[in-house]
Design a protein around this ligand. Structure first.
Ligand code: ZN
Ligand code: ZN
Length: 271
């Protein structure tokens, strides 16, 4: 499996000289399992991914798994160039909502008055699929994705992608209860090769951010230990953090759990 990070931020895109190292785009992670392409969330990082796919010349066929539909996780969809190509096939998946609600939310965000009618202009074959949290999704023979409900305002889904004996877990936009590792996260991440985890805050910041629906890098370390997971990848960096702020956090996380590597735009991991 090949993982590539195209957007690592939460909240809002933060381009500029202070975010060159970790990146300024919002959530978008590409996971290629042999010939199959999965895209986790469609934040602003989806735009450069789309451009790279067009440049590669290959027709795009992908499953897009939404953690949830907050804007930082969907805003890139209208700027995904393959959406306007007839040869593109996209299967959009979202959990704990109806197919109708998914379609309505996406078409609202991609139509007047919020945008021009981008979904109407799309030429790709787009299907939308809804599932119940906890469902197991077989995207292709041998490519199975386990799902779980996590803790975020309006709900959020965590994913475990399993292919060829390897597994990658994507847990973002979720709040933990201090002192109690979330059993859903621990189960999803059990023995996983890679755990991508919401590290929006630090433990010191969390008491003043209760109810925001986010976690900390320290909790990522704890839950990775409980789950016996492999590499921890802190993700969904706060838009307030500059590169030098993240350098301090990343150094502490690496010390706490050797092998930890922070998500940054362009980072590629192979498992
Ligand atoms: Zn988010
Ligand atoms: Zn959110």
């Amino acid at each position: 499996m090949k993982i590539r990070f195209w957007g690592t931020r939460g909240g809002i895109a933060v381009p500029g000289p202070d975010t060159l190292k970790y990146g300024g785009n919002t959530a978008c992670v590409e996971v290629c399992c042999g010939p199959h392409r999965i895209i986790l969330d469609a934040g602003t990082g989806l735009r450069p991914l789309g451009d790279a796919l067009i440049a590669s010349g290959a027709a795009v066929d992908a499953d897009v798994l939404f953690s949830h539909l907050h804007l930082d996780h969907i805003i890139g969809l209208g700027f995904f160039a393959p959406l306007y190509r007839a040869e593109t096939v996209l299967r959009l998946h979202a959990g704990n909502m109806s197919q109708k609600a998914l379609r309505q939310a996406l078409s609202t965000s991609l139509s007047p008055p919020l945008m021009p009618d981008l979904l109407g202009a799309a030429r790709a074959g787009v299907s939308m699929q809804a599932f119940k949290a906890g469902a197991s999704l077989t995207l292709h023979p041998g490519l199975v994705v386990a799902t779980a409900a996590l803790n975020h305002p309006g709900g959020v889904i965590g994913y475990r992608i399993m292919w060829n004996g390897k597994s990658v877990v994507y847990v973002t936009d979720t709040e933990h209860t201090p002192g109690h590792p979330d059993p859903n996260v621990a189960l999803l991440a059990k023995g996983a090769d890679v755990l991508i985890y919401d590290a929006s805050f630090t433990d010191a910041e969390l008491p003043s951010r209760t109810g925001f629906g986010h976690s900390t890098w320290q909790e990522g370390v704890r839950v990775a230990e409980v789950a016996g997971a492999g590499r921890l990848v802190p993700f969904h960096h706060s838009s307030a953090r500059r590169d030098r702020d993240l350098d301090v956090i990343v150094a502490a996380a690496e010390q706490a759990r050797p092998g930890t590597i922070a998500a940054c735009e362009g980072l590629t991991l192979t498992v």
